[in-house]
Design a protein around this ligand. Structure first.
Ligand code: NAP
Length: 242
């Protein structure tokens, strides 16, 4: 039977690349979007026209009732997911002294609380089935800390702590929980940097180039596979040797 994957923030960027790759590999794909309905619909149409199976689902994943509602709709249309990819996220560059309480709350709500909410929502079914995969998209800044991104770094480090602890709690239920920590990947999120900043970042990368969304999607597909069943509580850096 086909498996279902739910990917948060899958209308564009890394999430969209995961959606395409999982669809190609015979998963039913639940594409979550928040503001990018049009892009999510286009992506879903492309997947379905090429023989895949996907549906789009609205939710602000930082909102508990939205997440609950999305789960119900996914269950009805595609069945309960065996794989959850917590990918939705925001970034912001600011000096620490300029970060407002609102900035902090927004960052932690969208990046971290969303991961907590989606795990809570989709985990019980995985526990019942004694099988499942949770893949949380952290960031290299969550591992090493990024200057002028204290709230972003904190939100992504918290995802690592959550993942390592949850991995231990659910391992005997046949569920793995891992993080991917991307480095600098070409998406809308990094397109805000000017050429000079990107050149400086490139010099920090051993591979000498910016990563692409496919690099992250390939890692997510592997972590979801049977071949990765003995890998849990890990952080896989996909950063070209940053
Ligand atoms: P992106 O192109 O800016 O996409 C962000 C995605 O998050 C969008 O699909 C957006 O959905 C979704 N999103 C934001 N707020 C949401 C909310 N409240 N509810 C549901 N979805 C929401 O960014 P990206 O580069 O693909 O990033 C994806 C993930 O990778 C993020 O967690 C990011 O922190 C992480 N990451 C990225 C990089 C990088 O270099 N690009 C590096 C490290 C980690 P809508 O457009 O529908 O609102």
């Amino acid at each position: 039977m086909k498996k279902t994957v739910v990917i948060t923030g899958a209308g564009r960027g890394i999430g969209a690349a995961c959606a395409k790759l999982f669809a190609k590999n015979d998963y039913n794909v639940a594409i979550n979007y928040f503001k990018s309905k049009h892009k999510a619909k286009q992506l879903s149409d492309t997947i379905n026209k090429s023989g895949g199976c996907s549906e789009i689902f609205y939710a602000d994943v930082s909102n508990p009732s939205n997440v609950k509602q999305m789960h119900q709709e996914i269950k009805n249309k595609l069945g309960n997911p065996q794989v959850l990819i917590n990918n939705a996220g925001i970034a912001q560059q600011k000096l620490f002294t300029d970060i407002t309480i609102n900035d902090w709350d927004n960052m932690l709500n969208i990046n971290t609380k969303s991961t907590f909410l989606c795990c809570k929502e989709f985990l019980p079914h995985m526990i019942n089935k004694k099988s499942g995969r949770i893949i949380n998209i952290s960031s290299i800044w969550g591992v090493v800390g990024g200057s002028c991104e204290v709230h972003y770094s904190a939100s992504k480090a918290a995802i690592i702590g959550l993942s390592k602890a949850l991995a231990k709690e659910v391992a005997l239920s046949g569920i793995t929980v891992n993080c991917i920590a991307p480095g600098v990947i070409a998406t809308d999120m990094t397109s805000i940097h000017d050429k000079q900043t990107m050149d400086i970042l490139k010099q920090e990368i051993a591979c000498g180039k910016i990563g692409n969304v496919q690099d992250v999607a390939n890692t997510a597909l592997f972590l979801a596979s049977d071949e990765a069943s003995y890998i849990t509580g890990q952080v896989i850096n996909v950063d070209g040797g940053f």
